[in-house]
Design a protein. Sequence first.
Length: 144
Amino acid sequence: MPFRGSDRDGTRQSGAHMNEQASSNPNVDERTPTPPVDLQEVGTQLMEEARGHDSGRAALTLTPTGGGPLKQTLLALCAGQGLAEHPSPGPATIQVLTGVGTLTSGGDELRLTPGSWAPVPLDRHAVSAEEDLLALLTVVPGTR
């Protein structure tokens, strides 16, 4: 599935309708996919994007609501990369689609493998990728 604002071949598409959507909600842009979303297909594109960044990571918000109850983000981390320790913006879960990684918090480590799901600690935590990792993060923002 191409990103919103792209033709099927992934090239950029222009149009007032797209710009109008993007300007009315700061979380919507030409990269936001149109539902239904094939997570594997979009994830493959996102992993390619991550490989092109010095940080070795890329993320894409799938639920671009301005104040909705959930925020879902597809996260791609290249092997050996990760998210440094940080606090959670609210109750959250992580579901691994592909790859292997580790969720750490307060000295505890949780191994993440394909198909695994885990709550994300509200305490400071970090995520690292042992293999290229594609995961779906779900957060209830602002309820901390």
